[in-house]
Design a protein around this ligand. Sequence first.
Ligand code: ZN
Ligand code: ZN
Length: 342
Amino acid sequence: MRAVIIDAPASIRVGSVPDPTPRSNELLIRVEACGICGTDLHIIDGESPLARYPVAPGHEFAGEVVALGRDVAQSNENGETNITVGSRVAVDPNLYCGHCDFCRTGHENLCLYYSALGVTTNGGIAQYVAVPLAAAYMLPDTISLREAALLEPISCAVHAMHILNPRSGDTFLIVGAGTMGLLLLQLALRGGASRVVMIDVNTQRLACAEQLGATRTYGDIQQALADEPLGFNCVIDATGVPAVIENAFMAVKRGGKFMVFGVASHEARISLSPFRIYNDEITIIGSMAILFSFQAALDLLIGGVINTQAMLTAALPLQDFSRALDMMRQGQGIKTQILPNA
Ligand SMILES: [Zn+2]
Ligand SMILES: [Zn+2]
């Protein structure tokens, strides 16, 4: 099959590799759409401590089942799963060990032996990928495979909202209007936010935020604070840029919550005022990937709660992967996808 292979940081090729063979508990999927995201850039740039090379990237994908491992075929015969050859599925790429302290206490996303398709093992920027049955979610015909490839980022946004746990009427400031910021915007609005202000330097993305219902949009945080001098109940950084995170922290209202959602380099450091955290009773929250939020994301998609059309911009064939990366790095469009079998 054809796949994008990252042999080592900064060494990418589109080449031929052997077709994967599904193990007994796995399905073989023909990938129809796979999103590219900041995590892929971190892997390419050698900034992901989790990545193992060589690897086919891509953890946001959906496609059609083309073969079943032995146990999966047996489960299907026994009526224990309705997933079979021809099923359309999306995949939760996170893989957990199931036996470490965190897995046994309901924190599988913090697994000591955490791995993920497209990060530690081959992912979806390839014509075919083998995935565990437990990771596959059957899709209704009303959901296109390009939309379904958004389920992974939607699940991350849902997990963030589960742990942020905002109150009805809260004001929000979301910094970064890429795919994640725009998904968090939509969930915040549906979850009872009274105002959601979005910040980005990219005017095309701010226009998209306005189309999706943002109360106001600005190019920098100071402008937002001029409108809301006491700050915002919930501030979410969706950039991962240390200087931006420091600025965003200044916009948290007394008694408010600050979520670090964007992925910074693991070597980055920020400077915050401990006095302000104490005196203003600020809660600082991290949000890592997905924790049993994939089904909720699918339900949101089926319910028409997420506007996917506004976010799905370019879709390119496998051989144009480096052009897709350039588009991402230049901030063109919102979610760029690769169609490996186009
Ligand atoms: Zn992603
Ligand atoms: Zn574990």
